[in-house]
Write a protein that binds this ligand. Structure first.
Ligand code: IPD
Length: 254
């Protein structure tokens, strides 16, 4: 997984370097970014196939491909944070999750610009480069820095999102919207953020990050506290002490 991500990242870094020039053109860089996305996905698929020829895929650009093995599939987003990439903001990531019989057993989130490689294997902990990760130890909402995501134009859920934000804002130190769900989860795993919530995410946005949070000692669930559902994509993640208080805030119970 790391070798595949490193290889795809080389191309992405080159393409990201071109973005600044393209920003000034009238047409804008969006076609270029879509091409970068597709190219990166191709590299990831090739490399992962080479390593595990029988595994299936669920990929942002090319969808589902069943594997001969019938148990494993790679869940891949070649550029999570596409809007950031498009605007020349160096906050995006390659996200790769490995699922076995419906359970995420390995995850990797790589921000190639910051050279931060987050990875986890089920039962073996979460790491950033070579450093073991732990979620934050903060136990007071008043000190907590949370992250979230706002539905993009054309997607439903703006009104409920504003209600959630209104419920949360007065009780916490601050709220961020950085634009890359996989990195939001990686930041919870590394203790930078104390919590994170977002609705309507895609499996490839969260598959890897879910495992990072769990393996770093954090909690992650759907908004009602039940196990998160990849197909639904609603997640609330936090350290063990703040997870329930954040669920209560979001539900308007605080
Ligand atoms: C998006 C990012 C963003 C989240 C969106 C996702 P993409 O992924 O993760 O943070 O708010 O819901 O769609 O489209 O850049 O791969």
């Amino acid at each position: 997984m790391t070798a595949a991500a490193q290889k795809a990242a080389r191309g992405l870094k080159r393409d990201f370097g071109e973005i600044e020039q393209l920003q000034v053109s009238r047409k804008g860089p969006s076609d270029f970014v879509s091409a970068a996305d597709v190219k990166a996905e191709k590299v990831l698929r090739q490399e992962l196939l080479k390593a595990r020829p029988r595994f299936g895929f669920l990929m942002e650009e090319s969808g589902e491909t069943k594997g001969e093995d019938g148990h494993h599939r790679w869940i891949v987003d070649p550029i999570d944070g596409t809007t950031n990439f498009l605007h020349g903001i160096p906050h995006f990531a390659i996200s790769i999750g490995l699922e076995m019989d419906g359970d995420i057993i390995a995850g990797l989130v790589f921000n190639p610009i910051a050279d931060e490689m987050y990875y986890a294997e089920k039962g073996k902990g979460a790491f950033l480069n070579d450093r073991r990760l732990r979620v934050s130890a903060r136990d007071s909402l008043a000190d907590a820095l949370l992250a979230t995501g706002i539905p993009f134009r054309g997607r439903p859920g703006h009104a409920p999102f504003l209600t959630e934000l209104e419920r949360v804002m007065p009780h916490v130190a601050g709220v961020r919207r950085a634009g890359t769900a996989s990195l939001d989860l990686a930041y919870v795993a590394s203790g930078r953020y104390d919590g994170y919530w977002e609705k309507g995410l895609q499996p490839w946005d969260v598959a890897a990050g879910i495992l990072l949070v769990r393996e770093a000692g954090g909690f992650i669930s759907d908004f009602d506290g039940s196990k998160e559902d990849l197909a639904k994509g609603h997640v609330v993640a936090a350290n063990a002490k703040l997870h329930k208080p954040i669920l209560d805030l979001l539900a308007g119970k605080a």
